[in-house]
Design a protein around this ligand. Structure first.
Ligand code: MN
Length: 289
């Protein structure tokens, strides 16, 4: 199943170029009083809601996907986890360029570990990227994004894929510079998730997906998740050895080589096999603050 969020918080099922509005399925979610439970409520209840979503989709009027504005398919992740240098060729390009490493020591992922991005940086493809700090270099990074579906801690790599709800394309937009990654990568709109969530049953092997990113039609990044240093299962094992993973938590698995600058007016096209393609517009944030 391909699930999207669009418009004013509506829920949709994607089939080809067509979208069916299944927002009424959300009525079956439990309601809460403060304090809210940890994790994303829809992702947590996706299993029990799926039959209702499928039933609603059969009778819902068809909308064209191209006519809606896509939001992040996950509304309320508890955390956005990211892998810093998880492709060998990206590690090599960062180490070779002062513009990329800024004299920070760039360790392999087994030493560098993971970092967190602010959940307030999250947007969907239709919301676009609003660039701040226009005097500094800001880069695109395409990444396979894994969404956790089942709570767990100290998960073994053998069990890890059982904890996955599904996959999206992720963009880990990054200001280059000397500050901590979590600051440079947590600007509002600097985490793009989309175009929709593809449930894990449609992607039994997340380790063999081709990724492509172009800017204004020029191909910048082209690789495969087969080149990940730590694959999805290993990342879940590693992350959950430090902290509990909750439904809706997002793991950005790292970017391959070919990162490069983006500017206001650019259009990023990001594609991952089996998931789909998303177009993301880049603008300057200055006039909206
Ligand atoms: Mn990244």
């Amino acid at each position: 199943m391909r699930l999207c969020r669009f418009g004013n918080g509506r829920l949709g099922v994607i089939s080809g170029d067509v979208l069916r509005d299944v927002t009424a399925a959300l009525d079956a979610l439990p309601s809460f009083r403060y304090p809210l439970p940890a994790g994303d409520v829809l992702t947590d209840h996706l299993g029990s809601l799926s039959p209702r979503i499928s039933a609603l989709a059969r009778d819902a009027p068809a909308l064209a996907v191209a006519d809606v504005s896509l939001l992040s398919p996950i509304a309320n992740p508890g955390k956005v986890i990211a892998a810093p240098v998880n492709y060998q060729k990206h590690l090599a390009e960062v180490r070779a360029s002062a513009e990329l490493h800024h004299h920070n020591q760039i360790a392999v992922i087994q030493t560098a570990g993971l970092f967190l991005k602010a959940t307030s940086s999250l947007v969907g493809a239709g919301e676009g990227i609003a660039l701040r700090k226009l005097d500094r270099r800001t880069d695109h990074e395409i990444e396979l994004a894994c969404v956790i579906g089942k709570r767990g801690s100290s998960i073994s790599r053998d069990q890890a894929l059982d904890h996955v709800a599904g996959y999206c394309i992720g963009l880990d937009i990054t200001i280059r510079g000397p500050e901590e990654r979590s600051l440079r990568k947590s600007v509002d709109t600097y985490t793009v998730l989309g175009p929709w969530l593809v449930t894990a049953d449609e992607i039994p092997d997340p380790g063999a997906l081709e990724l492509r990113l172009s800017v204004n039609g020029d191909v910048r990044q082209h690789s495969s998740t087969a080149d990940l240093i730590l694959g999805v299962a290993e990342l879940i094992e590693y992350a959950s050895s430090f902290y509990t993973l909750f439904p809706g938590d997002v793991i950005l698995t790292g970017t391959p080589e070919g990162v490069g600058p983006i500017h206001p007016g650019d259009t990023i096209t990001a594609c991952i096999d089996t998931i789909g393609t998303m177009h993301v517009a880049v603008r300057a944030a200055d006039d909206e603050r």
